[in-house]
Design a protein around this ligand. Structure first.
Ligand SMILES: [Zn+2]
Length: 461
């Protein structure tokens, strides 16, 4: 039951705003987030906030709007509600309704960005508008951020904000609420709500293999191209070492219900570096869920871009492949390079060299905080039979940058989903859409969370 009945007219208005926002094409690249940021700014102003647009270029602004607590009420560092307004490309020929139509069929609002993550922009605005209308005496500043450029690596967006204008994020925010979590996962008739508290790190690498250049009319015994092909195959099929940290264990244990089940008994043993990989199939029987869990329990390395040769009749002296590496908590790019060097040593030996193109550390946040407890409470209130699970994701979000400001970041974008919706496939997939009822449920859940968290007295948490 909601703490306060949410006005139906405001929910309706939120749906309309989402439709409008989805009609603005913010495909990144190139992004073009300006029109979307201006629409969001307008709604912020309607809520009595004073939004600012700042960024590397005027076409790619980052919106920030600050709701200041009265000095006599202020008892904590700021809370940031963050979303990104850019979206990944969509191939219209594969969609039921055009990806930038904002089509509302009465059950779903369709459009690229409905889930990832214009829906949360609207949700946050609706919640803040409601709380401001109620004259909520907030105990810390709340900053709403709608950034650009998340989907292409965050450079012009949250990374720029954190590096160049942390003041716009309150300087040293204590908490950030961002994507990916708070949605319903249906499993064997039960409902789970993962709340993200960790993200894998990034290690984009280039592997270069050198060999003797020459005329390709005289086949070499083993050319750099052949070695690279074999190295790519070895890397793509390797199962790198097991790194079952606390984050992965809590995630698996959270889903291993009911109490006393085989899965629950096995969960604590999954940390074992040699037994773990053999026990995982007993804990998670579904192959696709197991595959995504495996990606969290290991470093991963996926070869993507090839750089080889300039002419068909010339054997290149040096060839390369870029590798999208992802790091388990506690791991570094150097650790991953060590693991990959062992994989390709029999193939490439001394002729191989790795370089780091980009590295950002894995991030992990404690769940032993007042905000996490309030999130659990809010979800339990909104769905008493649901089970909250602290989760870790294999990808990265803007939280990777916010963490550098010392903020504790959670993925909490509450959405109640029907059992027949394949939610995971909607992220960056075809026919992205958001269930209207579940979206409204999310607005109420977020509002109730914020109302309570932002008015609780210090020490009472
Ligand atoms: Zn996203």
């Amino acid at each position: 039951m909601a703490a306060t009945e949410f006005p139906a007219a405001e929910l309706e208005e939120a749906t309309r705003l989402l439709e409008s926002l989805l009609r603005i094409d913010t495909t990144n690249p190139p992004g073009n987030e300006k029109a979307a940021a201006e629409l969001v700014a307008e709604t912020c102003r309607a809520a009595g906030l004073d939004p600012e647009l700042n960024g590397v270029s005027p076409d790619r602004p980052n919106l920030t709007a600050r709701w200041e607590a009265a000095p006599e009420n202020r008892s904590g560092r700021p809370l940031v509600l963050s979303c990104h307004l850019d979206v990944v490309p969509a191939d219209a020929s594969r969609w039921t309704h055009p990806p930038f139509s904002g089509h509302n069929d009465g059950t779903y609002v369709w459009g690229r960005g409905a889930i990832d993550m214009k829906g949360f922009a609207v949700m946050a605005i609706a919640a803040l508008t409601r709380l401001r209308n109620e004259d909520t005496p907030i105990n810390r500043d709340v900053i709403f951020a709608a950034v650009c450029d998340e989907e292409a690596g965050t450079e012009n967006g949250s990374r720029w904000l954190v590096d160049e204008r942390p003041d716009l994020l309150g300087g040293d925010p204590e908490y950030v609420i961002n994507e990916v979590g708070g949605f319903t996962v249906h499993q064997k008739g039960r409902r789970f709500y993962p709340v993200q508290r960790a993200e894998k790190g990034v290690a984009w690498l280039r592997l270069t293999i050198t060999g003797k250049p020459g005329h390709s009319s005289l086949p070499a015994v083993e050319s750099s191209v052949q070695k690279l092909a074999r190295a790519i195959d070895a890397i793509a099929t390797a199962r790198l070492p097991w790194h079952a940290g606390e984050e992965a264990r809590a995630f698996i244990e959270g889903f291993a219900k009911p109490e006393g089940s085989l899965a629950q008994k096995i969960a604590p043993l999954l940390a074992h570096p040699t037994l773990g990989p053999h026990l995982l199939p007993l804990a998670i029987s579904d192959p696709s869920r197991r595959a995504s869990m495996e990606a969290i329990l290991r470093n991963t390395a996926t070869p993507t871009c090839l750089h080889s040769g300039t002419s068909t009749n010339v054997l290149p002296g040096s060839v390369a492949v870029d590798i999208d590496g992802r790091l388990a908590p506690g791991q570094t790019a150097a650790d991953l390079i060590g693991e990959l060097t062992a994989v390709i040593a029999p193939i490439a030996g001394d002729s191989a060299r790795f370089e780091i193109l980009r590295e950002s550390e894995p991030v992990s946040f404690s769940t032993d905080t007042p905000l996490f407890r309030e999130i659990e409470l809010a979800l339990r209130e909104a769905d008493p039979e649901g089970q909250v699970v602290p989760s870790i994701i294999p990808g990265f979000t803007d939280s990777q940058n916010y963490a550098r400001l010392g903020a504790t970041c959670y993925g909490f974008y509450p959405l109640q989903l029907p059992p027949d919706l394949d939610f995971a496939s909607l992220f960056h997939g075809d026919d992205e859409r958001i269930p209207i009822e579940g979206f409204h449920w999310g607005i109420e859940t977020l509002t109730n969370l914020l109302r309570r968290f932002l008015t609780s007295a210090p020490g009472s948490k």
